[in-house]
Design a protein around this ligand. Sequence first.
Ligand code: CTP
Length: 423
Amino acid sequence: MAEAQDKGRIGLLAGKRILLIIGGGIAAYKALELIRRLRERGASVRCVMTKAAHEFVTPLSVASLSGEPVNEELFSLTDEAEMGHIQLSRAADLLVVAPATANLLARMAGGLADDLATTLLLATDKPVLAAPAMNVRMWLHPATTANVALLRQRGVLFVGPEDGDMACGEYGPGRLSEPMDILHAVEDFFAVTPAPGVLAGRRVLVTSGPTHEPIDPVRYLANRSSGKQGHAIAAALQAAGAEVTLVTGPVTLPDPVGVTVLRVETAQQMADACRRVAAEGGARDAAICAAAVADWHVVPADEKLKKDGSGTPPALRLQENPDILSGLSAPGPGRPALVVGFAAETEKVAEHGRAKRLRKGCDWLLANDVSTGSGTFGGEENAVLLIAADGEEAWPRMSKVALATRLARRIADHFTGEASAAE
Ligand code: CTP
């Protein structure tokens, strides 16, 4: 099984350039094995060691295994040669941080650039995969939890840590993943990441977040959507070269870089914004509806609703909102070439998803389980069933960022397949 899995991965790393940043932890020795495995599969590996890493592995062994010079703290950050090193982080296809210590993660989250490793991590425009390793208490500390959440939100990918016996005698999460698991995470990254620029010239609309439906001037109806999935999709499509317009309800997330962002509050405003974007050609190639749009709005009161002393609560009159996904899916001139919807279900996910795809008229529907305990709404992870007219694909539970990357790749493959079929 493991062998078959390995066979499917052959060639994924050929010619890929990895910049490996080795942090200072007892697990740093595992980085040596990782270098060997990466190179066996055809990747070139350039290494940077933090000062603390020198306490655990020698630059000589790292250089011998990688076959490349090791970059260290030999230059001042104002040195001209340093500029060349910054280029290192741009020339790479992927930055891997292993082991990523609590200190290194904190410096990454804080945007520090106080040594070569963090300077490269701050200066890079390439994806970063971190493999944390630290004492269990350090991993569980709220400071580390917050740092990791922030880094995830910014698109940093993580592998591990694993549960196990720690060098310090404690047991729990904090062990660096095994080199083969880190290797597989690197391969997974290349397996799903669309080639840069593959969506160049494609115009795509993405909806994200919840909507807020006012009840009166101070209250509103909302839902638990965080916008993480929709924002990650917009960022992944942009990274693949697409011209992306993101129409988002109220969220606390930063705007994805390079994306045109239109902020709205209500479902009606979201529908109007999407209609305008589509009319201007901004959804010509694809529309991805990831927003959790309220199905109804309240006919809002002009003044704040007051208790009238009778003990009878006021009746809220609900009216149906426009269905944005159905509107975009409707046949006619100007329909996006590919319309993708999500289905938030709490039971019979596949069955309801299939029916919803037909009802809404979209091309693909990503059905996900949002039942209590699934952790999907507001969480970091998502598992979906992709339902299309010609088949279904069950995608395993993965981070929302990974799912967004995979969807961008799937969309790119769809367009590439169509283009070659037309030749
Ligand atoms: N959607 C939309 N406009 C709406 C409601 C939903 O664009 N007014 C989109 C969502 O963005 C999502 C898909 O429709 O892509 C399905 O959303 P979901 O909440 O699962 O379905 P509903 O239409 O609300 O159906 P139900 O609540 O009956 O399951």
